[in-house]
Each structure stands twice: as structure tokens, then as C-alpha cells.
Design a protein around this ligand. Structure first.
Ligand code: C5J
Length: 222
């Protein structure tokens, strides 16, 4: 059973590879490509693209080490029965969740925009969790997938840092998982929030988890 030590803040952390999963949060076309949900909210989606290559490198290494890789996708059922009115009602009415955009209905399961970007596409056998909320535990099977696989630690990547990554890390931390966040594998439409989001995770002796970068994790894995 191989244990590796990852240099991180606020301190290094030792993890068993077999008990660690990589969780890719919402690396979806709707957030990373023009014409999707992210852009409909007035964001510059190109700000998220820097995270793609580091995520790809981490995914490749995780697959080589036969680690559990889990992907999440934020999205809703076509009839919006799992979408709270309070969530749907925000933003420009013609560009809201469920409206037709260039990549299909915005943030609706099964539509091209709701799918994961080609660069980070899941491989056969990797769980893909469709989640209606920002956190990956709310109304999903994530907890049981982690328990079934004996997972104790999560390497959490994805977008956006201060929204779905943060919500998931906070939920996971409360459930007893050690969360390691490689900052370069995350991204935000608001760079300041990305920086502060990472600082919040590692502050106060790692109140929500550990922060590092992909290169440091890859070095520890080799
Ligand atoms: C947002 C997410 N930002 N995946 N979703 O609405 O962070």
C-alpha cells in the first residue's frame, strides 16, 4: 500500500494512494466555453482555461496509479423538477437555466453544454455524478461511492474555486474527508475570489483542508 507525502499548506500531508480519490468538479462546457451558463451570467469564461492542462496532467497520473477518479456535472432534469425556483429565477430571463443557448438548453442534463469538456472527458468506469446543487454531496450518491471504495482523502479540482469547489470541500470536510486542493487545477471568473478561496481553505491550521499545486502532487506520486 503506497503512502506519499505531499508538500502543502498549512503543512505537508501523508496520504495512502489507495484511499484517495481525485474529484473533478464541473469541468463542463457550460462553465468553460462561450455560450453556456457561465457566460450567461456575464462572466469571461476564458479565465477558467488555465486549469485544464494541470487537471489533465493530474488525471493522467491518477489513472496510471489506478486511483478512483470521480467527475461531477452541475445540471438539472429537463422538466426542472430538481431545480429550485430561487435558483432558476436569477439572471437575464432569456439566458436562465433551461433556456435554449448555442450549446443546447442551459445547464440541463443530456445537453451538449452540460457535458464535460473533451480534454478532461471521463473514461469508461469513472463515476460521473450529476448534481443539482453547488456541493457534490447534496442529492447525489457521492458519499456511498466514497464509502464503497474505502476513500478517506480527496484531491479536489475544478471550477469554480469559490462556488462548487468550495462548497464540496466544506461538505467533505464535515464528513471527515481530508481535502487537498491543487490551486492551479481550479479556477474562478473572479481571480480575487480564487485566491481568497484557496486562502480560506488552508487558514487556521487548514480549517477546510490543504492547498498545494499539481506539480507538487505529481512529484510526490512519481
Ligand atoms: C457555479 C460552479 N459557479 N460549478 N457553478 O455556478 O461553480
Amino acid at each position: 500500500m503506497s503512502t506519499i507525502e505531499i508538500n502543502a499548506e498549512p503543512e505537508a500531508i501523508a496520504i495512502e494512494i489507495a484511499k484517495t480519490a481525485v474529484v473533478m468538479i464541473d469541468m463542463q462546457r457550460d462553465f468553460l466555453e462561450p455560450g453556456g451558463f457561465g457566460e450567461s451570467l456575464g462572466n469571461d469564461v476564458s479565465l477558467l482555461s488555465a486549469a485544464i492542462e494541470p487537471c489533465k496532467a493530474l488525471l493522467d497520473a491518477a489513472r496510471q496509479h489506478e486511483m478512483l477518479v470521480i467527475h461531477t456535472r452541475e445540471g438539472h432534469l429537463p422538466d426542472l423538477s430538481d431545480a429550485h425556483k430561487a435558483k432558476v429565477e436569477r439572471g437575464d430571463p432569456s439566458l436562465r437555466i433551461g433556456q435554449l443557448g448555442p450549446m443546447g438548453r442551459i445547464l440541463i442534463r443530456g445537453e451538449p453544454g452540460q457535458d464535460i469538456i473533451p480534454e478532461l472527458y471521463p473514461q469508461l468506469g469513472e463515476p460521473v455524478i450529476d448534481k443539482p446543487g453547488k456541493g457534490a454531496f447534496y442529492a447525489t450518491d457521492l458519499q456511498s461511492i466514497l464509502e464503497t471504495n474505502g476513500i478517506e482523502n480527496l484531491i479536489v479540482c475544478g471550477v469554480t474555486t469559490e462556488v462548487c469547489v468550495h462548497t464540496t470541500v466544506r461538505e467533505a470536510n464535515d464528513r471527515g474527508y481530508r481535502c487537498i486542493v491543487p490551486g492551479d487545477c481550479c479556477g474562478s471568473y473572479i481571480p480575487e475570489f480564487h485566491e481568497v478561496g484557496l486562502r480560506m481553505i488552508k487558514a487556521q491550521s487548514g480549517i477546510f483542508g490543504w492547498v498545494t499545486d499539481s506539480h507538487t502532487i505529481l512529484t510526490a506520486m512519481n
